[in-house]
Design a protein around this ligand. Structure first.
Ligand code: TYD
Ligand code: MG
Length: 422
């Protein structure tokens, strides 16, 4: 059995026997590629690098219940407007899939070309796929599929690997685009599908907090596009809705002129997203006060609290400090440091921060405010959402042009920021 490689995938040329064993000059290699299938779900096409490449295999991983089946069914329904699509479920009956489809408003535009099959036996799935020759296949989930050739139980690593391997070969040989759904967490705690990552062309993770509606689709590997792109969706009653402007979503319920609420800008891939950082500082009844964070690294917050105590003289040691990033999104960038310290100080001092002001900047241990990457992208996003003021590192400000409608205030230390904010 040959191990397929990236070059085999482009329209399955390799698999069709062309240019198989003769080396050739690189510039003599034909560059023609088949067109991608567009799902016209903008957030999905973006993450895939512009659409689904025929012959490619896409693994979609994520926690159970996050919305993988919903996403794949919606994607197939959209693709079925132009081409035949086969959705294989090992977890739901055709009736259940139909009920989901009704809920998603999947209509007759794709109805005839969207085929469903409830099946877990690999050989029968492959037989149906060969018979029906769809352009796109989805197998939900790969953990439920088993091959008779192996004695081990469905869901075992050997079964998952072998079944996926067979589906990859089928894809390459027939230029069939395949979505494999895998229940897996990013940490790979449920080991199964992790072993598939090197076999497939594209690995997407579907993330989000089940208590919140927003979901992020993130490419962690993509042979046909950048891994810098993310897709943002909101889970609604009628399925996943693309969110073209995530900042609006995250700022929608922001309290205005309330101490402890600050807006900062984080980058997800190439996209700026404005998020609200909330802090609550209250006197502690405990010997060791609590430092609790949601959506941000607790160690980073502990470090920033230490800087606030030592450099700004805030007596936080007798207080519990809670920091939360609203909306369930995670912020991992140092660029949000200034927002975090300002939120904590604002709550401690009971002084609200101007609601039209964006704060970005990395904070160092000496209380200095350091440059952030791509300040212009972040500031532009703030302007789009009607912000009139931005406090940012002086070193970043110097590199920016003057923007209309927003006042840029450069600071190089927390002391300077304090003069502007409090
Ligand atoms: P699902 O796609 O079944 O998740 P996964 O395949 O990742 O396990 O979706 C799970 C949740 O999404 C389920 O709790 C119900 C919710 N949901 C909606 O809120 N709206 C919808 O339109 C659909 C289909 C599901
Ligand atoms: Mg599912």
């Amino acid at each position: 059995m040959e191990e397929p490689t990236a070059t085999t995938v482009e329209a399955g040329r390799y698999a069709l026997g062309e240019s198989r064993s003769e080396a050739q000059p690189i510039c003599a290699v034909a560059t023609t590629t088949r067109n991608r299938y567009r799902s016209h779900i903008g957030e999905l096409d973006r993450v895939l690098g512009g659409g689904v490449v025929p012959g490619s295999v896409i693994l979609i991983g994520g926690d159970p219940g996050i919305g993988k089946s919903t996403l794949v069914l919606q994607a197939l329904a959209a693709l079925a407007k132009d081409a035949r699509a086969l959705y294989v479920s090992g977890e739901e009956s055709p009736q259940q899939i139909r009920m989901r489809a009704d809920r998603l408003g999947i209509d007759s535009a794709s109805g005839d070309r969207l085929l469903v099959l409830a099946e877990t036996a690999l050989e029968r799935i492959v037989a149906q796929a060969k018979k029906l020759a769809p352009a796109v296949l989805a197998v939900d989930s790969i953990q439920t599929v088993f091959t008779e050739r192996l004695g081990s139980a469905p869901g075992s690593i050997a079964q998952v690997r072998e079944s996926a391997g067979q589906l990859v070969l089928l894809s390459k040989a027939s230029a069939l685009a395949t979505f494999l759904v895998g229940h897996v967490t990013k940490e790979g705690t449920f080991a199964g599908p992790r072993v598939l990552e090197h076999m497939v062309d594209t690995v997407l993770y579907f993330e989000g907090d089940r208590g919140h509606s927003f979901r992020i689709l993130r490419a962690v590997k993509n042979r046909f596009g950048s891994t810098n792109e993310i897709g943002v969706f909101a889970m609604r009653e009628t399925g996943l809705q693309p969110v073209a402007n995530p900042s609006e979503l995250f700022l929608a319920e922001r309290p205005v002129e309330v101490p402890g609420s600050v807006v900062t800008a984080t980058l997800e891939g190439t996209r700026p997203i404005l998020v609200e950082v909330q802090a609550l500082v209250s006197p502690s009844a405990l010997g060791t006060p609590r430092r609790t964070t949601l959506g941000i690294d607790p160690n980073r917050v502990a470090l920033l609290i230490a800087v606030l105590e030592k450099k700004m003289g805030l007596h936080l040691f007798g207080h519990d400090v809670f920091v939360n990033v609203a909306g369930g999104i995670r912020v991992a960038e140092p660029a949000s440091d200034l927002g975090v310290v300002a939120a904590v100080a604002s709550s401690f001092l009971e002084k609200p921060i101007d609601a039209r002001c964006l704060l970005i900047g990395e904070v160092g241990l000496a209380g200095e405010v350091r440059a952030v990457s791509q300040a212009d992208v972040r500031v532009r996003e703030a302007i789009k959402l009607g912000f009139s003021r931005c406090v940012l590192p002086e070193s970043s400000r110097r590199q920016l042009p003057a923007f209309e409608g927003v006042e840029l205030q450069g600071v190089s230390s927390l002391n300077e920021a304090w003069d502007l904010l409090f």
